[in-house]
Design a protein. Structure first.
Length: 289
């Protein structure tokens, strides 16, 4: 951007100012006047000085409005904590004899508070009975009952067991069935208690390779809950029972006909839906403490 050039009038004014300045300087040199610039006056209060100054003024010109609003009020008289007493002043409780004639000597607050309303358990309610007969064309509607269970029937203190998920590297994420399935030419399961082949689902122990039918499992669980067992015996039986997991033979889905080959009886989508529903319901039926 180019600067604006002064016009003729402005050039004439500048010329006059320069001539006046030259004339004043020539007169000063003729009179012998030396122009000296005076150094700045140092303040008396500066960093490093030993001058005593008030840091937090309570009055004077250095006290601004903000400092005045934050300044505490003056206390001309001492407070109770300023006194140094050798023994405590006063008394802990009044005299039992009272302070004047006919003074009440009873305790101010009774030991037990009297209630005007009787507590729970003292009532003897009687069932309400309709004294008079029903009026003409009157219909009695019973109160609806609760369909869902009460809050105290839920076992919220127990945790749901986690799903058995296959998470090996490079493999598809698969949720294993909650009930173990044994596939083979024949069902070789045999109960260790009744020595019979289980019908339908049963329980299998992988650590000891043992099977137990559902009927014998109910008998064993009821025997553990009996009070005649000692603590050590009950703990040992519980540890053995916890090793059994639900199991079943693959006859509901395969037809081996005594060979290793198998013919699928239902569609695989139906099998996957069945296992998915069973895994979901198994978590509700097998809560762990």
């Amino acid at each position: 951007m180019r600067a604006r050039q002064p016009n003729a009038q402005e050039r004439e004014q500048l010329r006059r100012q320069r001539s006046e300045t030259r004339m004043i300087l020539s007169r000063c040199r003729a009179l012998g006047f030396d122009y000296v610039v005076n150094p700045p006056v140092l303040p008396k209060v500066a960093f490093g000085t030993t001058m005593h100054r008030e840091v937090m003024p309570t009055s004077g010109p250095c006290l601004d409005s903000f400092m005045r609003s934050q300044m505490p009020e003056g206390r001309p008289h001492p407070s109770p904590l300023d006194y140094d007493c050798a023994k405590p002043i006063g008394f802990k409780y009044p005299s039992n004899a009272g302070f004047s004639a006919l003074a009440n000597k009873m305790p101010r607050l009774p030991a037990t508070r009297e209630q005007m309303i009787p507590p729970m358990g003292t009532y003897e309610p009687t069932p309400w009975i309709l004294r008079a007969g029903y009026t003409f064309d009157r219909q009695v509607k019973p109160e609806p009952k609760w369909v869902t269970p009460g809050p105290s029937t839920y076992s919220i203190h127990n945790k749901y067991p986690n799903w058995n998920v296959e998470t090996a590297f490079g493999s598809c994420r698969v949720i294993w069935p909650a009930v173990a399935i044994f596939c083979g030419p024949k069902n070789v399961a045999q109960c260790i208690v009744c020595h019979q082949r289980p019908v339908g689902d049963y329980f299998h122990s992988f650590s000891g390779d043992k099977d137990m039918c559902r009927k014998c499992m109910r008998v064993e669980i009821s025997a553990i809950k009996h009070c005649s067992l000692s603590v050590t015996e009950r703990y040992r039986k519980n540890r053995e029972i916890k090793q059994f997991v639900p199991a079943r033979y693959c006859g509901f889905f395969h037809d081996h006909n005594g060979t290793n080959a198998a013919v699928e009886l239902t569609a695989r989508k139906e099998l996957r839906d069945k296992i998915r529903v069973e895994n979901y319901l198994y978590r509700f039926a097998s809560k762990v403490a």
